[in-house]
Design a protein around this ligand. Structure first.
Ligand code: SF4
Ligand code: SF4
Length: 413
């Protein structure tokens, strides 16, 4: 029996999306385009969005094997957290068109009369379901916390993050549950090509602005104690989507952690960090940190430097992770993932060496939100082929069975 076709999509100038009967859908890994196959696809997740790519013509293939630009823009799925994209949309474009905004563009098509995306499901965490956020009573809950902690400028900041930017980790303070971000650092020691402080955070639709002041240890501790004492599965996290690098506020954070742990042993203290400032990480670890999540794109120094453009080196990141692991900290990597880049043979080999040397407990695979062509233009040229996202994940799982592969931080009992 003939397999059902996998049909290309395109959008007209008004953004209306159509399928192109008889034209087979293509996807892209790195710079290479190819036909999508059933093995690439999962049904489009319910909460995914579809958008079109301005100035980029959709590509498809005729049944005779001819690659055609369609008379319409390429269409992309934007996946909810918990799904890792395996292919980008295929498109052609003229030189000099403007850069795409920072989203995780994912190949999408029609298959068996339904929308499908090129992705794998990596993790589940109901705590980030939008239904738990922005509820009607949020303003009331903010009032309650403002009354409880009247003189703390972090509360006004987090209230604004909640109401203005709908930041989930800020809102959790007011809902008195789960993970609460405590922003501490207005500055960063890196200059990432796709800096997340300039793009939407995990569940926020709009770009946000960095914190503009440096909270004192007392202010940090007041919020920390309040949250950890009240929240079920309470976590406080330094370093969320839109602040700078928290370890640059190491003295304030370390002193804050000590004050917190004098008052409560409850909950978990976490840092999300680039881990490049090892001395700062040491101080924070020694003060009583529980978990550390390190943002990283590559285990090859040249690739790392091309993306982070930082004033530290990958060796410093490794020294921080080594120190944290030796002190019994639960370490996860926030691996920024781009199909056709991280799964290059040499990148995969470097990851294997990395995990042999530094057996972190978990990797969280994150779709890198970026214009694909702008990204590839700043990264080192491929020296090898690539294995594909599914095989990349499979090989890591096989070789490091003790290492969890997911997409979210979970509460560590
Ligand atoms: S480490 Fe974070 S805050 Fe700093 S430049 Fe990179 S993404 Fe932005
Ligand atoms: S991530 Fe940004 S919006 Fe959220 S709490 Fe931190 S500073 Fe506020």
């Amino acid at each position: 029996m003939k397999k059902p076709d996998i049909i290309a999509l395109y959008a007209d100038e008004n953004g209306e999306i159509f399928d192109a009967p008889g034209i087979l859908a293509m996807g892209r890994e790195g710079k290479d385009t190819r036909l999508l196959t059933p093995d690439d696809l999962i049904p489009l997740p319910e909460s995914a969005d579809l958008i079109f790519l301005p100035d980029r013509q959709a590509l498809g293939m005729t049944p005779d094997g001819e690659v055609l630009p369609l008379t319409g823009n390429a269409v992309s799925a934007i996946l909810p957290a918990g799904y890792t994209r395996t292919m980008l949309p295929a498109f052609s474009m003229d030189e000099g068109v403007s850069r795409l905004p920072l989203y995780g563009y994912t190949a999408v098509c029609v298959y068996k009369d339904q929308l499908y995306a090129a992705a794998v499901y990596t993790d589940e965490n109901h705590k980030w379901d939008p239904e738990h956020y922005n509820t009607k009573n949020l303003k009331q809950l903010i009032k309650r916390v403002k009354k409880d902690l009247p003189d703390n400028p972090l509360i006004a900041h987090l209230a604004n993050c909640s109401l203005e930017w709908h930041c989930c980790t800020a809102e959790n303070l007011f809902y008195r549950r789960w993970e609460c971000g405590i922003p501490t650092s207005p500055v960063c020691n890196a200059n990432c090509f796709g800096c997340i402080s300039l793009q939407p955070a995990e569940c926020c639709p709009s770009p946000q602005s960095r914190i503009k002041f440096r909270p004192t240890p007392e202010q940090i501790a007041e919020v920390g104690i309040y949250h950890l004492d009240n929240a079920p599965e309470g976590i406080i996290s330094f370093g969320q989507g839109c602040e700078g690098e928290p370890s640059l506020a190491a003295d304030n954070i370390a002193a804050g952690i000590r004050l917190i742990r004098e008052k409560t042993t409850k909950g978990q203290i976490n840092i999300n960090t680039n881990a490049g400032y090892t001395e700062g990480i040491r101080r924070i670890v020694d003060a009583g940190l529980d978990t550390m999540r390190v943002s990283i794109i590559s285990a090859i120094p040249e690739s790392y430097d091309a993306y982070y453009r930082s004033n530290y080196r990958l060796e410093d990141v490794k020294a921080s992770i080594d120190y944290a692991l030796k002190k019994g900290i639960y370490v996860s990597l926030n691996m920024l993932y781009f199909p056709g880049f991280n799964d290059r043979h040499d990148e995969l080999d470097a990851w294997k060496d990395f995990f042999k040397e530094l057996p972190v407990q978990m990797i969280q695979v994150r779709n890198l939100n970026i214009d694909p062509d702008a990204f590839l233009a700043v990264m080192p040229e491929a020296q090898t082929g690539y294995v594909g996202t599914r095989r990349f994940l499979r090989e890591l799982k096989k070789e490091f069975p003790q290492m969890e592969i997911g997409s979210f931080s979970h509460y560590i009992e």
